[in-house]
Write a protein that binds this ligand. Structure first.
Ligand SMILES: Nc1ncnc2c1ncn2[C@@H]1O[C@H](COP(=O)(O)OP(=O)(O)OP(=O)(O)O)[C@@H](O)[C@H]1O
Length: 731
């Protein structure tokens, strides 16, 4: 298999070199065509490089005496005989699904473990009952490929999530291969593989529906940049590089949300009722003046009269177009009325070209412009929202249903930085305002004609080179058309606010506010979604405690629920303590079975208030030393509330430990052996060992956060406390 892989790599590199050798000569059309082919081959080289580790991980022996090897990608030899079956192909499904009760034609399943290009072990499961010996009996139930699975789970954390293709379990496989259409919700407790499943599903859908998804693209939404960095190697290792990843805070291109704000302010901004507030704020910018204004053009006076403005506004609104586009109608209408006033004063019959001239003069007149702008202001989303927050009377008019106190909480300076919760509101505003798109529409018409020619040409090229399996004519035409380096679908989608994706995957979806859902659903009109999360791990006060409560209003009840129940991350003793705590705190937890036991996985340390911090430092030091001893590397996190973060850091530094701190050190934090995080920053991540500081403080902020913090470690949870332990932790 590796020999074949090497051949393919060499062949693709040769073709790439050849394309590059043709040099920069030729027409622009030739050049962009060459760039497009170069990108195509570069992508292929990158894909072939990325599958080096564990290229082959499985084999199934079938009833008809055939054998099928399962791996990261499909490989055929020169005669097109299948050497390796892509894990996503229908022919690979039995590898994940077959059980002794439903063997699906499989008599034996083999898990192959490799290091580099060497096979280090194989593990067989015999599914044909007739071939079983008594010793095998016990292995009929439980986890598939248990040895390979447990070895994978025991390995030290690297600070980056890895893929799980070799050991996907039955209940996970069913979700990964679930049909593309509709909204699929995956609920599961901590460590049940929701993130892993979401990523593998994205890779699966791109494989199974490539024609459809390669041009529209797949969007993956995660809770934070740290989290996106944590998972950023998984899709490339599965041979997929074209997925756009983002957070809600980054969903509007060009808007940088760097500001922070209290939870209760973000909660107000996330309410569904804010959609109506934004809509009213836009309408408020279409105003009839209290008095007429007068403008003088060449000594002739024209009046901008309230009655005229009112009727022009009504006519423009009847078009139901976005504010900035409807404004064009409003202005044209008003200029016509003013031209009539002007002409009536001339004393002669005005001819059409003279009338056009008058309109031109009126349009250029400063007083006319000011009066028309006051009546119907061209606006950007940023200007609308900044004015709304900065001017109490605007907010009072747009948000009559908020209390005075709530409105006061929203008040801020016009130049304050945007926060994450502002971004969906900006998106809402962008939708209602629209762009002034006259020029854009003319360009689009010309582009569409050009494109039809390009697609036809690309189809010809593909037919003559036989590259049809790698890329479609439409995609290749897109790349011909891009000037400079050929843009991929992902790059173009990420830069376009109004891009609509073929599928959207949302992780930690329980945190999304109603306004965030509106912004997201705008990007996937087909409602083809994978929504994963855990309603017990919610921390945002605008987030969900029940999927129905969150999703029914936005998806009109049209979604299907799947549950994951086996916890692959956390040792049983730690998971049990977390579940007891969560139950005592009344969280809506999912059933959770741990895949493994680890000795001494839960260590409780009680200290006096004065000794708390030294005890934390000493536990952290021990944890770093012990995971380093065990596995040569490893990751340890100290988790503490925001309020205590600084003192905890000082204590760690005083003890000679230098933790990377939370989101502030984005580049360093995931690779550092020791990090200091708040529970929210730790969400979605995992570590070998976690030192949890004063759980009662965490609980006081949010029970969901404590549940998250307790379920991050793969080996050991140290709980260090001076206050009483929250109920349930100590059994
Ligand atoms: N089938 C599997 N084979 C091997 N490892 C697995 C499997 N399923 C999950 N894991 C591992 O279990 C750990 C937890 O998975 P993941 O982070 O996807 O869980 P999660 O449900 O998203 O957790 P949380 O809700 O706590 O963030 C990861 O290290 C993942 O690689």
């Amino acid at each position: 298999m590796y020999a074949r892989l090497d051949e393919l790599r060499a062949g693709t590199r040769e073709r790439l070199a050849e394309v590059r050798r043709t040099g920069p000569a030729g027409s622009p059309q030739n050049r962009s065509e060459r760039d497009a082919f170069a990108t195509l081959y570069e992508d292929r080289v990158a894909q072939l490089e990325a599958v080096e580790e564990r290229l082959v991980f499985g084999r199934i022996d079938l009833e008809d005496d055939t054998r099928r090897y399962i791996g990261r990608i499909g490989l055929t030899d020169d005669e097109q005989t299948q050497l390796l079956t892509d894990w996503r192909a229908p022919a690979a499904q039995a590898f994940y699904r077959a059980t002794a009760a439903h063997p699906d034609g499989v008599v034996r399943r083999r898990h192959v473990v490799t290091r580099g290009r060497t096979v280090t072990s194989v593990e067989d499961e015999v599914l044909d009952l007739d071939l079983l010996t008594d010793d095998d009996e016990g292995r009929l139930t439980g986890l598939s490929g248990e040895g390979a699975l447990l070895a994978g789970l025991r390995a030290g954390r690297t600070g980056r999530m890895g893929d799980i293709v070799a050991t996907i379990q039955g209940e996970q496989d069913a979700i990964i291969r679930s049909e593309l259409g509709g909204a699929l919700v995956v609920q599961g407790g901590p460590g049940t593989g929701k993130t892993a499943v979401a990523l593998h599903r994205a890779a699966y859908l791109l494989y199974a529906h490539r024609r459809m998804l390669e041009r529209s693209g797949v969007l993956l939404v995660g809770p934070s940049r740290t989290f996106l960095r944590y998972i950023d190697q998984v899709l490339p290792s599965l041979g997929e590089t074209g997925v756009v990843t983002t957070t809600i805070a980054e969903i509007v291109p060009g808007v940088l949300a760097t500001g922070d704000e209290p939870e209760h302010v973000a909660e107000i901004k996330g309410r569904a009722s804010m959609a109506a507030v934004i809509a009213r704020a836009v309408r408020d910018r279409q105003r009839v003046p209290a008095q007429a204004a007068t403008a003088r053009i060449d000594g002739i006076a024209v009046e901008i009269r309230p009655g005229d403005v009112a009727s022009a506004i009504n006519r423009a609104r009847r078009q139901h177009r976005p504010h900035n586009q409807a404004r064009v109608t409003f202005v044209r209408d008003m200029l016509g009325r003013l031209a009539d006033q002007y002409a009536a004063q001339l004393g002669w019959e005005v001819q059409p070209d003279e009338r056009a001239e008058i309109i031109g003069e009126l349009r250029a007149d400063r007083d006319v412009r000011v009066a028309l702008n006051l009546a119907w202001m061209p606006l950007t989303p940023q200007k609308l929202l900044a004015d709304l927050y900065a001017k109490p009377w605007r907010l009072a008019s747009a948000a009559p249903d908020l209390t005075e106190r709530e409105r006061a909480l929203l008040a801020r300076d016009a130049d304050a930085p945007w926060t994450a919760a502002d971004v969906p509101l900006l998106d809402e505003a962008a939708e209602l305002l629209g762009e002034d798109d006259q020029a854009a529409r003319a360009l689009a018409r010309a582009a569409a004609e050009q494109r039809a020619t390009e697609v036809a040409y690309a189809r010809q090229v593909l037919e003559s080179t036989g590259s049809g399996a790698l890329v479609s004519a439409e995609l290749l035409a897109d790349r011909f058309a891009g000037s400079g380096p050929a843009m991929t679908t992902a790059e173009r989608a990420a830069n376009d606010r109004s891009w609509t994706y073929g599928h959207v995957v949302v992780d930690e979806a329980q945190e999304l506010s109603a306004m965030a859902w509106r912004a997201l659903l705008r990007r996937v009109p087909t409602r083809s979604l994978t929504i994963v999360g855990d309603v017990a791990q919610t921390s945002a006060s605008g987030g969900a405690r029940s999927w129905a409560h969150m999703l029914d209003p936005v998806l009109q009840g049209s979604w299907r629920l799947n549950e994951l129940t086996v916890n692959y991350r956390t040792p049983a003793a730690v998971a049990d303590a977390a579940v007891r705590m969560a139950t005592a705190a009344g969280l809506p937890i999912s059933p959770l079975t741990s895949a493994r036991e680890v000795d001494d996985a839960l260590v409780l340390t009680h200290a006096t208030p004065g000794e708390l911090l030294p005890a934390v430092a000493s536990r952290a030091g021990e944890a770093v030393a012990s995971v380093t001893d065990d596995i040569g590397a490893g990751r340890v996190a100290v988790v503490a509330t925001t309020a205590t973060l600084d003192t905890v850091r000082d204590a760690l530094v005083a003890a000679g430990l230098s933790p990377a701190v939370g989101q502030a050190t984005l580049a360093a934090d995931l690779d550092a052996p020791l990090v200091l995080l708040t529970p929210r920053e730790a969400k979605g991540l995992e570590f070998d060992a976690v030192v949890l500081v004063e759980p009662a403080d965490v609980l006081a902020e949010s029970a969901g956060d404590l549940y998250v913090a307790m379920t991050r470690p793969t080996r050991v949870l140290h709980v260090v406390h001076a206050l009483d332990l929250p109920a349930g932790i100590a059994s």
